[in-house]
Design a protein around this ligand. Sequence first.
Ligand code: ADP
Ligand code: MG
Length: 149
Amino acid sequence: MAKYCKNNRVLEASAKLLESSTFELNEENDQATAVFMTREIAKNAGFNLADEVMVATAVSELATNILRYASCGRIRVIVIQNGDGRTGIEIGAEDKGKGIRDLKLAMQDNYSTAESLGLGLPSVERIMDEFEIESEIGQGTRIRARRWL
Ligand SMILES: Nc1ncnc2c1ncn2[C@@H]1O[C@H](COP(=O)(O)OP(=O)(O)O)[C@@H](O)[C@H]1O
Ligand SMILES: [Mg+2]
């Protein structure tokens, strides 16, 4: 299982889970629901409008990838709290699709196997404070990313 982490940092294990919502993704409507609900969750967690939109954009990109490259999967949106009492949103995206051959390449701007923009994954990495992606050919892909308030 290959793994790539933003700033070479794995996610801290200690974050406390406050609230969790899971969105199954099988068709485009499910993506719209996940994006809409993420905005609500982020707003309720205290994110301002701009940050709420950023987190929802990350979910939108990850949902697009799941539907496009793996056909189906799920996204979990979790409200978390770290040891200092700081609130954050954690996005977990996972699928059992074909996986990604070269993670370093996939994380580069403008790399796409679908002849699209190739900016989805790099945008999610930039939007989120913490980001990790694991993938294995034939097994699937798993992403976890956090943005702190
Ligand atoms: N969930 C996934 N399963 C398999 N391959 C993926 C997945 N997500 C991304 N990829 C691969 O990584 C590449 C880059 O993704 P992304 O940055 O979102 O750009 P784009 O979707 O425009 O190609 C995709 O072209 C695809 O090859
Ligand atoms: Mg994409």
